[in-house]
Design a protein around this ligand. Structure first.
Ligand code: DQA
Length: 137
């Protein structure tokens, strides 16, 4: 099974960025643990701070992979382009967020991604990604 995790802007700073909200583990550490825990999944990872690069990656994998775990970060709340890309592809997408966006500012309550996803996992810290992975299994 081929699954990719796609992370949007500022998620490269996990571990350093607002640790009270996002925790103190780097994504690389978490990702390596996940790969070790699920050796039978062909898991890959892509991060970009650039909206168009995220769209390019979604298009690139969106007709051949079995699943996409997408945390579009701040673009979740602004990007019609990423929302349209998720709608355009055949591969199912699970939207994840580390923090509970609904317990935060109101501008984080809207998602242009959610309507076109298979499901949404929000607010379980980095565990949100693992729950999404398990749901693909
Ligand atoms: C986030 C929530 C977004 O509102 C925020 O812009 C992020 C991270 C999360 O995983 O909790 O960068 O997607």
């Amino acid at each position: 099974m081929k699954i990719i995790i796609i992370n949007g802007p500022n998620l490269n700073l996990l571990g350093k960025r607002e640790p009270d909200v996002y925790g103190s583990t780097t994504f690389e550490t978490f990702y390596n643990e996940l790969k070790t825990k699920y050796p039978n999944i062909a898991l890959s990872y892509f991060q970009s701070n650039i909206e168009g690069e995220l769209i390019d990656k979604i298009q690139e994998v969106g007709f051949s992979y079995d699943g996409i775990i997408l945390n579009a970060a701040a673009y979740t709340h602004t990007s019609i382009g990423i929302g349209d890309a998720v709608k355009a592809i055949a591969t199912p997408v699970i939207e994840v967020h580390i923090s509970n966006t609904f317990s935060r500012e109101t501008f984080r309550h809207q998602s242009f991604i959610s309507p076109n996803t298979k499901g949404i996992i929000i607010g379980f810290g980095l565990k949100s990604y693992e729950l999404a992975l398990q749901s693909f299994l």
